[in-house]
Design a binder for this molecule. Structure first.
Ligand code: CA
Length: 297
């Protein structure tokens, strides 16, 4: 079961987000959205390489050929791993007061990411799908307000999704061959409970359970595929944003957090806000999907 929570990187990210384990390099990728940074962190040496993208970075993921794809400002971009060079693949919502936020790669190598209003206006966002060849972006769900966590069931028949404003985790039927979603319904409704915080990033583990970070709720909740709460893990920072499994055995759970939303008093009480934390949850993750056409195509 869950043991101690360890601070592994006291990075004090303004808005630390989007942890993804690069199993080829054994590095933890994460972003600081507001600083426009992609971090490539080695939890063994504690070395942290920082690549500045030049605009906000809502999410990043590994590609099949070792580069990164990212949702940056209004653009889906490719970032060259070696040089950090940024190449725009597609633009969305140009000129609107929105930005791309959380995203993830589906089981067929497509990258999904959605937008949110910069002024927290209701219904200004859209969830998009970038095809695995990077050639086309398609609006998949609108309106949404703060597009956030997204991942797929182990059998690739369901997609889990959070629009934080709703305080729900929703589920869709997912057609993996076509990359389409249907039949949106509620899996978990945090409005029903007394718990603090709103659902933010999410990830599915190797048992098919769903881990949801609670933004403002200082922790994580793990749900079974029917939406029943299996456990809650508390962290020493209020603004937990997303978690990812890492390590050689995918049995370490890394959690990102934010420093920016705290008041001065809260910052004094939470000196490690914005840090990356690690715990051993006693369950394993699955390897992160990579962006790009599957091998052999
Ligand atoms: Ca988020």
């Amino acid at each position: 079961m869950a043991g101690d929570v360890e601070l592994v990187h006291d990075v004090r990210a303004e808005l630390g987000e989007g942890p993804v384990w690069d199993d080829a390099r054994q590095r933890l990728l994460f972003v600081d959205i507001l600083r426009g940074e992609i971090h490539e962190f080695d939890p063994v040496s504690r070395n942290d390489r920082v690549v500045r993208v030049g605009q906000t970075v809502g999410a990043a993921a590994c590609t099949t050929d070792g580069d990164w794809v990212a949702a940056a400002g209004h653009a889906f971009v490719r970032v060259h791993h070696g040089t950090g060079e940024v190449t725009t693949l597609a633009m969305v919502e140009t000129g609107r007061e929105t930005r791309l936020n959380d995203g993830a790669v589906d089981p067929s190598g497509r990258f999904w990411a959605g937008t949110m209003s910069l002024k927290r206006q209701h219904g200004q966002g859209t969830l998009y799908r970038l095809d695995a060849d990077g050639a086309r972006v398609t609006a998949m769900l609108a309106p949404v307000t703060t597009s956030n966590g997204i991942d797929w069931s182990l059998d690739a028949t369901r997609m889990y999704y959070v629009d934080t404003r709703t305080r729900r985790v929703d589920v869709f039927d997912f057609d993996n061959a076509r990359g389409t979603i249907a039949k949106q319904r509620t899996l978990v409704d945090l409005n029903d409970g007394e718990g603090a915080g709103s659902p933010d990033g999410l990830i599915v583990d190797a048992e098919g359970f769903i881990w949801v970070a609670l933004y403002g709720g200082a922790g994580l909740c793990r749900y079974d595929p029917d939406g029943r709460l299996e456990r809650r893990v508390t962290l020493p920072v209020t603004y937990t944003t997303k978690c990812a499994f890492g390590g050689r055995n995918l049995d370490e759970l890394y959690v990102t957090s934010a420093w920016r939303p705290l008041t001065a008093g809260e910052r004094a009480r939470e000196p490690h806000a914005g840090g990356v934390f690690r715990l051993m949850p006693g369950v394993r993750g699955k390897p992160a999907h990579r962006f790009g056409p599957p091998a052999g195509q």
